[in-house]
Design a protein around this ligand. Sequence first.
Ligand code: SF4
Length: 498
Amino acid sequence: MQSIWILADQLSPDHPLLNPTNKSDSVIVFIESLGRMRHRPYQKRKLVLLLSAMRHYAAELKNQGWRVDYRQAENFTIGLKLHLSDSGSEKILTIAAAEWQARQQQTKLGERLGCVVEIHPNSHFLVESYAPEEKAGKKLILENFYRAMRRKFGLLLDSEGNPIGGAWNYDAENRKPYHKKLQPIPPLSFSPDEITLQVMGEVEQKCPTNLGTTAGFDLPVTRVQALEALEDFVENRLADFGPYEDAMSQSEPILFHSLLSPLLNIGLLEPREVAKRAERAYFEGKAPLNSVEGFIRQVIGWREYVYWRYHKMMPGFHSLNHWSATKSVPEFFWTGETDMHCLSQVIKRVMATGYSNHIERLMLLCNFALLSGINPKEVNDWFLESYFDAYDWVVTPNVIGMGLCADGGVVGTKPYIASAAYINKMSDYCQGCRYNPKVRSGPEACPFNFLYWNFLLKWEGQLRANPRMGPNVLGLKHLDESERAKVKADSERFLATL
Ligand code: SF4
């Protein structure tokens, strides 16, 4: 008898270890680890999603005739020990965990349990089967990584292997700001069934002080629902995804985003099928090339790239701090109680739902944290606890790497900093804010403005050396000595209040 241990983020429709010919001599084990659940005060919606999806997945396998052992335990080792003694299994097969720390634990399992533990490649990431080569001493940037992935997996290519439309990248067409005439169709809502209602009750009972609420939970929790969510996105939002992927709005938080990341991250959807479905929408004339290319770039470009980089940079990624940032995450990151309207709106939404779109994460939250000198590890922890799609392999490269550039430019190629002009252009947040996005210093000035110029002044020498930061640094010539002094004083005053 052998055991197949499936983790909560490995709910694959084609699980590589579930070979029907092994049904009679295999038992599938699922463990809800209370220790893992309490490891951080995770967003409640994330916990409900993970646990409900795992229970549904286990029930489905049982229906298919698999022997299933579903148990709760204080931690994975205790759960597996009890499972081995109850089932009489001599061997455990499992897929490598996506998170580095969990993967390290898996390698010690055999010794701890006193049995053979076979760890197989993680099939939820394309880079586990093919990774573009990075030559020694020459960084493989995202753009080249993405092109290699497009070629390898045959996405949006013509018969000669060239990119359809003649270009690899349509980003220039995908920078439209939010405007009031947009009328996005909201994502499908899935009513919780008996299993999900049970999980919602347990999460509220076991983790009462975690962020968010289980009330109103409506995410997909089964493979069938995940496919419906994919179709809903392709039919109703993909066409406008590209142009407005960087837009932000207080009244339309989701806009044309897919909301598929939580499903991809637990295996209910596979990256290749999602990318292929988007490609088919282009061939069927349902969505333009710039939208489909932009979406495919997110799925097989960025998502795979950050996973690949993360495993190359671990361990040690969490302690990187290129800008020597030491401030603590301000209290208002947990309450949204700040006069900065954009941050207040986004943080309140994240606290309640675990969601904000990617550009709000990058250009509002990370931008603010970077300009304010907030410690990268603390910001990373905040993201890990707050978001419903947060896992270490994706948050750490996105926050410590791209968002805060605390890795000195390994994941990204420059610090993503912006003043209020960008936020005002791309969103409707500044309407109704007590600060003025057009003022650089003084009592009415938006903090993003003086913090931005203060950051440029502080790091001018280093930023000047980065060709992508040239235009930003050149702007400093418009600041005379008196304006520089005001920007600095306003920043010091503001930062002291955090
Ligand atoms: Fe945010 Fe500044 Fe705009 Fe207010 S004025 S919403 S703080 S960018």
